[in-house]
Design a protein around this ligand. Structure first.
Ligand code: CTP
Length: 423
């Protein structure tokens, strides 16, 4: 367990509720959190709920004599290993860039000699406004780390673009990196609850996930395969189930256990994977993590191919396999509302991913670099980029479990935004 301490400055914004989950997850990792609420922040979360989770006093007012006597704002800003501002509003960024110190949050930020990590969240137009961009450039020049906001649907109806507060597991990963903490993480008590009201985020949804490699037979004892472990896909299925979804996991042959609370269909070949995926429809979302073999042996033998003295080695003729993702994502009444593909690349990662987004008719592609040096294939950690029509989000390196949690939270946010837009 680490004994790090952060000060979390919570600005005013609809995303402030995510700070409650953020505090809980930081505390699970042994990180103490002292929260400062701006006056606008107090409109979105209460000092009572923040204090109950952080188990520390919550600071709101610069001229609160009681808390000044207990711990002055100078000490508050210097006792911490890191100051985190989330969500950082356009106004807070402007104050920071201009060096204002007229409330507790801005005073703490001016008085600190510790690293500062800022997670802006606002309407896309406000984020892209030249004044905000100028302030962000100033903050970066001042040595402050600014996390790019996520892209996608906003709380305001019909608004989309960069400006969303990243999902909590993504924020946690940024904070761990800033604190210099890496390596194995404690078994977190993922709740799958990520809604303002605390309802399981994917209740009533059906999620289809493909996972693992496929085995394409050469003869009854030999097959063509790849190095996929199934860890990422299984983690996504488990995270979706924890978030309240009904989950069908179509899995190729793997050496890991079936996740609990998930209906698992075991298959071997690409064709079987496609058939099982089709049978699982309708689904609200399809997540295609499987490393499906692109080719099969055109004429697999029904008997073991024998070595014959003096004979040349047998030649294998390959035939193209069906593309499971592309087939399910094709336009039609059965197409799930949200299609998430994965792209395992060894070079030009985001460019190839953007190409697959279009060619496979997917809504999002989660792209990762699987070149051998990354250790991702078969490993426990992953570094991904979420590519959509709205843009690219670069997520920091995290465990495959946390990538799964982040993706499921992102899927839940997508459905929330769709539901809000439909009202
Ligand atoms: N995919 C699929 N069926 C296939 C091939 C790929 O469902 N026959 C899906 C994967 O599950 C993944 C996405 O398509 O979500 C991209 O897979 P990837 O192997 O990166 O792409 P390919 O289409 O195989 O292209 P290439 O191997 O040339 O990069």
């Amino acid at each position: 367990m680490t004994h790090k301490r952060i000060v979390l400055i919570i600005g005013g914004g609809i995303a402030a509720y995510k700070c409650l989950d953020l505090i809980r997850r930081l505390k699970e990792r042994g990180i103490a959190v002292r929260a400062v609420l701006t006056r606008a922040g107090e409109q979105f979360v209460t000092p009572l709920s923040v204090g109950a989770l952080s188990n520390e006093p919550v600071f709101t007012n610069l001229f609160d004599l009681d808390s000044e006597r207990e711990i002055g704002h100078i000490r508050l800003s210097r006792d911490a290993d890191l100051i985190v501002v989330a969500p950082a509003t356009a106004d807070l960024l402007a104050k920071m860039a201009g060096g204002h110190a007229d409330d507790l949050a801005s005073t703490v930020l001016m008085a600190t000699d510790k690293p500062v990590l800022v997670a802006p969240a606002m309407n896309p137009r406000m984020w892209l406004h030249p004044a905000t961009q100028r302030n962000v450039a100033q903050l970066k020049a001042d040595g402050i780390t600014v996390i790019d906001p996520a892209v996608g649907e906003m709380a305001e109806r019909g608004e989309a673009g960069p400006g969303r507060l990243p999902e909590v597991p993504v924020l946690v990963a940024h904070i761990l990196t800033a604190l210099g903490i890496s390596g194995p993480e404690p078994a977190a008590s993922h709740s799958g609850l990520d809604t303002p009201g605390g309802r399981a985020a994917l209740t009533g949804r059906h999620v289809l996930v493909t996972s693992g490699p496929t085995h394409e037979p050469i003869d009854p004892v030999r097959y063509i395969a790849n190095r996929s472990s199934g860890k990422q896909g299984h983690a996504i299925a488990a995270a979706a189930a924890r978030a309240g979804a009904r989950v069908t996991l179509v899995s190729g042959p793997v050496h890991i256990a079936d996740p609990t609370g998930v209906e698992v269909v075991h298959v071997e070949t690409a064709q079987q994977m496609l058939d099982a995926a089709r049978r699982a429809l309708p689904a609200d979302v399809g997540v295609f993590t499987a490393a499906v073999a692109d080719w099969r042996v055109a004429a697999a033998q029904s008997q073991k191919i024998k070595k014959q003295a003096g004979a040349t080695a047998p030649k294998l003729t390959l035939a193209e396999n069906p593309d499971v993702l592309k087939s399910i994502a094709a336009k039609g009444p059965q197409r799930p509302g949200l299609i998430v593909g994965f792209a395992a690349e060894t070079d030009n990662v985001t460019a190839y991913a953007a190409g697959k987004l279009k060619s496979k008719n997917a809504d999002w592609i989660v792209a990762n670099d699987v070149s051998p040096a990354t250790g991702i294939m078969g490993g426990d950690r992953n570094r991904v980029h979420l590519v959509s029509a709205e843009g690219i989000e670069d997520w920091p390196e995290m465990s495959k479990d946390d990538v799964a949690e982040a993706l499921v939270a992102r899927i839940a946010a997508h459905f929330r935004a769709c539901a809000d837009g439909a009202q």
